[in-house]
Write a new protein. Structure first.
Length: 239
């Protein structure tokens, strides 16, 4: 794949750290990588955004791009309206991603929050961008109670739009997983209708970048360039 759209089941599910891990694995395989953040919210002009965080963790070989930035931590359409700044539209994102794909082997388009968070007042979303690009989507999900519902809703919406869900990554696997989290390892691929492609450990984003790069492949399945094995992980966590 030349373009991979990364979305989450909601906010604070580990989407940026998971994106960085995918970038690391691709770069380790010799691929040139760019990460595109269509709309960064809740960050001042002088602060680091999500795309910058991916580069901090994955290394300077990964190129960061951002289309719009809004100061308030709100959905992009709301943040744009309140700030008086121009919104981003799905067509803008698709055009930027396609352009980056001419110079990079892999472009990671990281959305804001969940799949249907609105970019503009017309209701444009990351799902629209993925459909315009004909690009697959990687879904980053939380581990615990409630994740099955949001995962299945996201998967169903993608299916309605005829956008391929390439798989699910658990964005923050807890150090001491509870019963719901352990059961969800088996249930997530069922409700998603797509394979479980990794589990990023809780706190991975706080690792030193060198350690993050050395370990990232352990958290991702071979389909994403790593060595993580879903069956072995499930067996270990079930015990």
């Amino acid at each position: 794949m030349a373009i991979l759209v990364v979305t989450g089941t909601g906010t604070e599910v580990g989407k940026t750290v998971a994106t960085a891990a995918v970038a690391v694995a691709a770069a380790a395989a010799g691929r040139s990588v760019a990460v595109l953040k269509p709309a960064q919210t809740g960050v001042r002009p002088d602060e680091r955004g999500d795309a910058d965080e991916v580069v901090r963790l994955a290394g300077d070989a990964v190129a960061a791009h951002e289309l719009a930035r809004y100061p308030e931590p709100l959905a992009p359409a709301t943040a744009a309206r309140r700030s008086g700044l121009a919104p981003v539209h799905p067509e803008d994102v698709a055009e930027a991603a396609a352009k980056l794909a001419t110079d990079h082997d892999l472009v990671l388009v990281e959305g804001a929050g969940g799949l249907l968070v609105r970019f503009d007042e017309a209701g444009g979303t990351l799902a629209d961008t993925a459909r315009l690009l004909g690009a697959p989507v990687l879904l980053v999900a939380s581990a615990g109670l409630g994740t099955l519902n949001t995962t299945e809703l996201t998967a169903r919406e993608l299916a309605v739009r005829e956008v391929r869900l390439t798989g699910v990554v658990i964005g923050s696997w807890p150090k001491a997983a509870d019963l719901a989290s352990r059961c969800n390892v088996a249930d997530l691929p069922v409700v998603a209708g797509a394979p479980l492609l990794g589990a990023v450990p809780e706190g991975a984003g706080a690792l030193e970048p060198a350690e993050f790069r050395a370990r990232a492949g352990e958290w991702l399945a071979p389909a994403l360039g790593g060595t993580w094995d879903a069956g072995a992980f499930a067996a270990r966590e079930a015990g």
